[in-house]
Design a protein around this ligand. Structure first.
Ligand SMILES: Cc1cc2nc3c(=O)[nH]c(=O)nc-3n(C[C@H](O)[C@H](O)[C@H](O)COP(=O)(O)OP(=O)(O)OC[C@H]3O[C@@H](n4cnc5c(N)ncnc54)[C@H](O)[C@@H]3O)c2cc1C
Length: 412
């Protein structure tokens, strides 16, 4: 059986890997010249299983209103005359209710635990290298009120199976000595020792190479224009300037662009692009630089160590499909980093990047079947696509093979 995977981001390539493992003939199509060139290119690097609470939470609305119109806001809604944005926003509000938020967090944690296990298995079986570190994730706080809220969240996540525990400032510094530079401001932290980090772009490209070595075909520079359906099935995919591609089954993994291709065949996906930025710079002073992955909760920034590079990522702007780089928002990330960790990185060699998270209102991705019997979804992973890629890919391969996935999750 032939399967065409549409999209060669981290999610599409992981799907291709597990489908090939399951014995399918797999072909991957992407408009870029190589795998992992869009949102999977320069993300925060965290395999964040335990710090997986969705943005939609009971406290989010007040914060978003406070930040409206602020150029350096961690989460910024730029309201547009776009019905998809408004509808998405209304659904987001519904997901902020405590019951919804708890159920979403639980599902994200389950998928994360499974996904991390799959990633570890993949690493052990292939030796794949992507600057990975298994030093945990430490979310740090500069406000006692936020630390107290985090203690409640950590308790809830522990009940769901996470290893997250609250740490005093001294314990935080013992875990990550670079935090000593901000000792006087540190209120405490929330640490999950089993979380990991790694370069999603390197991983995607290395996994694509492993896939190719096992016979997966990659059609790069292939812009998908249309999914053609007749009756209850997809008949072909139209590629700009190259004609049609036919397969027995199709997997939609086009990140933020999935809804545009799905809508004409009657499949409505609540995915909206949440633009984020990252800053990457070489390590300057190793003793001032972190190796444990950190999250600066008050500024919603994640800080990872990728080999000899420091990656700081964050902010979310709901403003459509514009991928241009807003220098002001990137500078704000850089300034905050250098203020907290003076000397850690070399700002003379900084790289700015912007990407569009394929965000659903609940942060729960679409994985599974559609009303078209040979069209499957693996998309909408929002803030956690790197964390959830392997588990989602494996679960989808199981679904296509007619097996029950080994993770308790509300599949589409
Ligand atoms: C600033 C930032 C920080 C982040 N930090 C983290 C983190 O620390 N941990 C984590 O788990 N996640 C993180 N994420 C989220 C994560 O990066 C995404 O969820 C993930 O990369 C999505 O992967 P994807 O394969 O679904 O999408 P993509 O990587 O965007 O892949 C989709 C592919 O589809 C292709 N495509 C789209 N349209 C077409 C078309 N018409 N024809 C052909 N090809 C097409 C694109 O070229 C692309 O290669 C972060 C995201 C951002 C923006």
């Amino acid at each position: 059986m032939n399967v065409a995977v549409l999209g060669a981001g981290v999610v599409g390539v992981a799907s291709a890997w597990y489908l090939r493992e399951a014995g399918y003939d797999v072909r991957v199509l992407d408009r870029q010249p190589a795998a992992g060139m869009e949102t999977s290119y320069a993300n925060g690097g965290q395999i964040s299983v335990s710090h997986a609470e969705p943005w939609a939470n009971p406290g989010a609305v007040a914060k978003i209103l406070k930040w409206l119109g602020r150029e350096d806001a961690p989460l910024l809604f730029r309201l547009r005359a776009d019905p998809h944005q408004w509808l998405w926003g209304l659904r987001f509000l519904a997901e902020c209710l405590p019951g919804r938020n708890h159920s979403n967090a639980r599902q994200l944690l389950r998928l994360g635990l499974y996904s991390r296990a799959m990633l570890r298995e993949l690493r052990a079986s292939t030796g794949i290298e992507y600057d990975h570190l298994e030093r945990g994730i430490l979310q740090f706080y500069t406000s006692q009120a936020e630390l107290a809220a985090s203690a409640r969240a950590a308790e809830r996540m522990r009940a769901f199976g996470s290893d997250r525990t609250i740490k005093t400032p001294d314990e935080c510094i013992a875990i990550e000595p670079a935090l000593a530079a901000m000792r006087t401001r540190l209120a405490g932290g929330s640490y999950s020792a089993s979380d990991e980090t790694g370069d999603a772009h390197k991983f995607t490209q290395a996994l694509a190479a492993l896939c190719a070595g096992r016979g997966v075909r990659f059609d790069t520079g292939a812009t998908i224009q249309r999914i053609v359906a007749e009756g209850d099935q997809v008949t072909e995919i139209e590629i700009a300037g190259r004609g049609a591609v036919r397969a027995d089954a199709y997997v939609l993994s086009l990140g933020s662009y999935s809804p545009m291709l799905a809508r004409p065949v009657g499949i409505s996906l609540a995915i909206y692009p949440a633009k984020g930025y990252s800053v990457t710079m070489p390590v300057q002073n190793p003793s001032a630089a972190w190796t444990v992955s950190l999250t600066d909760e008050s500024h919603k920034l994640v800080l990872s160590r990728l080999g000899e590079r420091l990656r700081i990522a964050g902010t979310a702007e709901l403003a459509g499909y514009d991928t241009s780089i807003n220098e002001k928002r990137c500078r704000a990330i850089l300034d905050r980093t250098l203020e907290l960790f003076p000397g850690a990185g070399d700002p003379a060699h900084v790289q700015f990047w912007a990407g569009l998270r394929p965000a659903t209102p609940s942060n729960i991705p679409y994985i599974g079947r559609t009303r078209l019997r040979n069209l499957f979804l693996n998309t909408g992973h929002g803030t956690l696509g790197w964390t959830h890629a392997c588990g989602s890919g494996r679960a989808l391969a199981d679904i296509i093979s007619g097996r029950k996935p080994l993770v308790d999750f509300n599949f589409t």
